[in-house]
Design a protein around this ligand. Structure first.
Ligand code: ZN
Length: 304
């Protein structure tokens, strides 16, 4: 990952936070456009960590990993899919073959919203063969799943259409996402307003969230929304470029992207990338940020 520039720490963050707390404590008194945006719900550790524990158990009973072509990957997909199905998503498995082994991307659509303006949020669900891949990338997968389930629980009625994706065979070279993007028509590509990618969302000792800056499209509204979300909480961010994970497949096709990572851990691609390699607080903050930004973007009437 390339670090582009450092954002200054915001001394006004605490003030902004207490102001927004004061505002959210009472009923809205103004009829501004922003007042129509429903407040994003706060995410608790209990909404996201159980998914990571489930992925760890799946790895434990399948030889210690959840890699492409293994039962560990197939069971990871089945776990996420059944949670989404129960919540009312329209899910589908999109198969591909790589290295002589079948793989699947899991796509989940939340009914409603403008189909010509899609917000696509995704993470890779596979691990390497060397380990369970709980931070890389159970953490991103669990954060996106918890976000999707929060959409369902809140009964969100977005202006834009919300689609969620879990990619296969990222660790083999972005195979699943590349397969998905390659099958999109030109019109389908243009319907995706932005792709949001989350790869390693619960790294220990996280000090800054690394927010994806799309060089080709400039500062996207998604990047701005993430940076604003973190700044309001006095959490430092760095900008990083598009690349090194599934957003690269979208970038190569000219589709705008953003998202974030909490950085590479010492245990990346090793057996020690287990539950203990994830900081529950960081994982919860990451999920909270995704929910906050998704709520904001989902409620923004798309530009035609
Ligand atoms: Zn990864």
């Amino acid at each position: 990952m390339t670090i582009r520039r450092t954002l200054p720490g915001l001394a006004v963050g605490a003030l902004v936070m207490s102001l927004s707390l004061a505002l959210s404590a009472g009923p809205a008194t103004t009829a501004s456009a922003e007042a129509r945006v429903p407040a994003a719900p706060a995410v608790s550790e209990q909404q996201v960590m159980p998914h990571l524990r489930a992925l760890q158990r799946i790895a434990d009973r399948n030889g210690g990993n959840r890699a492409h072509g293994t039962k560990g990957y197939a069971q990871s997909v089945a776990y996420v899919k059944s949670a989404l199905d129960r919540a009312g998503f329209r899910t589908r498995l999109v198969p591909f073959t790589h290295d002589g082994a079948p793989g699947n991307n899991l796509i989940a659509d939340w009914p409603g919203g403008d189909p010509d303006h899609v917000l696509l949020t995704g993470a890779h669900l596979d691990s390497v063969k060397e380990g369970p891949g709980i931070n890389d990338n159970g953490s991103g997968s669990a954060a996106v799943l918890a976000t999707a389930l929060q959409v369902a629980e809140s009964g969100l009625t977005p202006e834009r259409h919300l689609r969620f994706a879990w990619w296969g065979a990222e660790e083999q070279g972005l195979i699943g996402s590349e397969s998905y993007v390659s099958k999109l028509s030109g019109a389908d590509r243009r319907r995706i307003d932005v792709y949001l990618n989350f790869d390693q969302a619960g790294s220990r000792n996280t000090r800054q969230w690394l927010v994806v800056h799309d060089d080709e499209h400039g500062e996207t509204e998604a990047q701005q929304a993430f940076e604003a979300w973190f700044a309001e909480r006095s959490i430092p961010t760095f900008d990083i470029g598009v690349g090194g994970s599934d957003h690269e497949s979208f970038g190569n096709a000219g589709i705008p992207s953003s998202g974030f990572s909490t950085g590479i851990s010492d245990c990346i691609h090793e057996a020690c990338d287990n539950l203990a390699n994830v900081d529950p607080k960081t994982e919860t903050t990451s999920t909270d940020a995704i929910v906050g930004v998704l709520w904001k973007l989902a409620a923004t009437a798309p530009r035609h």
